[in-house]
Ligand binder design. Structure first.
Ligand code: ATP
Ligand code: MG
Length: 438
């Protein structure tokens, strides 16, 4: 008999699976994702950020115009295709900012004042897949539109710190903040000329990428990962020395808030970020625990982008957080993840008892108890094995004897293993004792 060939997922695009499904790639399980998302919703609501969803597919021109033609993303990482029905050039979004800005311009959304927004979802980049780097990955993306800063720049950074804390990460130990200022376009221009002169003088050590970018985007040469170029990059003129008073004051004001809030940061003059649209504040949260893929969150100010997209010019600042990298970090540190297991597992060996048992389980769930019912039959022993494996804190035993007495036996599966009988009649009175969370 011929075997039907399997169809596998696209390379670099991963399934996110429950912990009970064994997998060889050790990627974080869906309970971790779920918990992360609930923490995000809670923390961002505290700061007044509102949820937004934009399409995963956008016109290719949006990213070419928004990100800049000479960027890694636009040059070589985009999933672009022609819509065979009408010939439109489309792209799977590689990042979220351009789409959110497009939506805000299209809906004239800043007419009534500035907006704080967040979204979460898949992004697509054609990169070489490796740990922490995928072709479909997910970002939490946060944008504050219409605010000139520096207040909101500092707010975003502090909000990221609040997120780390809720997740059990310690800033300064598990994740560190790096910050820089890119100044304004005129300041960058003066710096750029000095930079080109510097690199021209050291043309012999530049690699092919750098030579190609020397006149188109020399700032990006500072972002190189080529070890042979580190010395010449280290000695390059620093943008910080070209900043005018206003840019410097903006940077100092952000840092003053971070200082006062007890958040230590390292000023990294080589931090330039991958997209062309940034100005003034840029920052990254980095970790040492993930090898080369050490940046878990990056962002900054992009005051020119809204105007560049055809909107009424307005300042803006935001960040993107790589969810896979963050969850890999949480996993590597072995931080506890609450809520992954159900409160209770219901054992009911007699099929004839189901009409009595299942309505009781409905009542428990309505009272907020997470209870998994054993399904598919089997004897008491087999059902108990499943109860144990489920990770539930309690087994609810609906044996024939119990039901005859109008009771259920509640047995603790973790800890002492004590058990007690509960009357089904006044279930609402004790249902709450099964719950681990509200
Ligand atoms: P890198 O230098 O690692 O390529 P980047 O500067 O291209 O990162 P951004 O565009 O700033 O990344 O995206 C924000 C965050 O999204 C990154 O800090 C990272 O955590 C995550 N990220 C970016 N690209 C990928 C990818 N291919 N796979 C997984 N996560 C990614
Ligand atoms: Mg990249």
């Amino acid at each position: 008999m011929s075997k039907t060939p399997l169809i596998a997922a696209v390379k670099g695009m991963n399934d996110i699976l429950p912990a009970s499904v064994p997998r060889t790639d050790k990627l974080p399980d869906s309970a971790l994702w779920h918990w992360f998302e609930s923490v995000v919703r809670r923390v961002l609501a505290r700061y007044g950020y509102q949820y937004i969803l934009t399409p995963v597919v956008e016109p290719t021109a949006l990213f070419v115009r928004g990100l800049g033609e000479v960027t890694d993303i636009v040059e070589k990482e985009m999933y672009s295709f022609t819509d065979s029905m009408n010939g439109d050039r489309l792209t799977l979004r590689p990042e979220a900012t351009a789409g959110i800005v497009r939506a805000m311009v299209e809906h004239n959304a800043l007419y009534n004042g500035p907006l704080r927004l967040w979204t979460l979802g898949p992004m697509f980049r054609h990169e070489r897949p490796q740990k922490g780097r995928y072709r479909q990955f997910h970002q939490l993306d946060v944008e504050a539109l219409g605010f000139p800063g520096p207040d909101v720049d500092a707010e975003l950074i502090l909000m990221a710190r609040a997120l780390w804390r809720e997740l059990g990460l310690v800033e300064g130990e598990h994740v560190r903040l790096e910050i820089n200022s890119l100044g304004q376009p005129a300041e960058r221009q003066a710096h750029r000329e000095a930079l080109v002169r510097h690199f021209e003088a050291h043309a012999d050590v530049l690699d092919e990428d750098a030579r190609r970018r020397l006149y188109s985007n020399p700032l990006r040469i500072l972002d190189t990962k080529n070890p042979a170029m580190q010395a010449v990059v280290e000695a390059a003129p620093r943008l910080m020395d070209f900043l005018g008073d206003e840019s410097r004051a903006h940077f100092d004001a952000v840092r003053a808030v971070l200082d006062a809030a007890g958040l230590a940061c390292r000023v990294n003059p080589r931090l330039v970020r991958g997209m062309d649209y940034y100005n003034l504040t840029v920052f990254e949260w980095v970790t040492d625990q993930l090898g080369a893929q050490g940046t878990v969150c990056g962002g900054g100010r992009y005051d020119g982008l809204i105007g560049q997209m055809g909107g009424k010019p307005a300042p803006a600042v935001g960040f993107g957080l790589g969810i896979e990298r963050l969850l890999l970090l949480i996993q590597a540190l072995g931080l506890p993840v609450p809520g992954a297991a159900p409160d209770a597992y219901a054992v009911a060996p007699s099929a004839a008892a189901l009409p009595r048992v299942m309505p009781v389980l409905e009542q428990l769930r309505a009272a907020g108890v997470a209870v998994v019912q054993h399904a598919g039959g089997g004897g008491m022993k087999a059902q108990f094995k499943k109860a144990d494996a489920s990770g539930a804190r309690f087994a609810l035993i609906f044996g024939d004897d119990e039901l005859a007495r109008g009771e259920v036996t509640v047995k603790a599966l973790r800890g002492g293993g004590e058990q007690l009988a509960r009357p089904l009649a006044d279930l609402p009175a004790w249902a709450g004792t099964l719950k681990s969370t509200d």
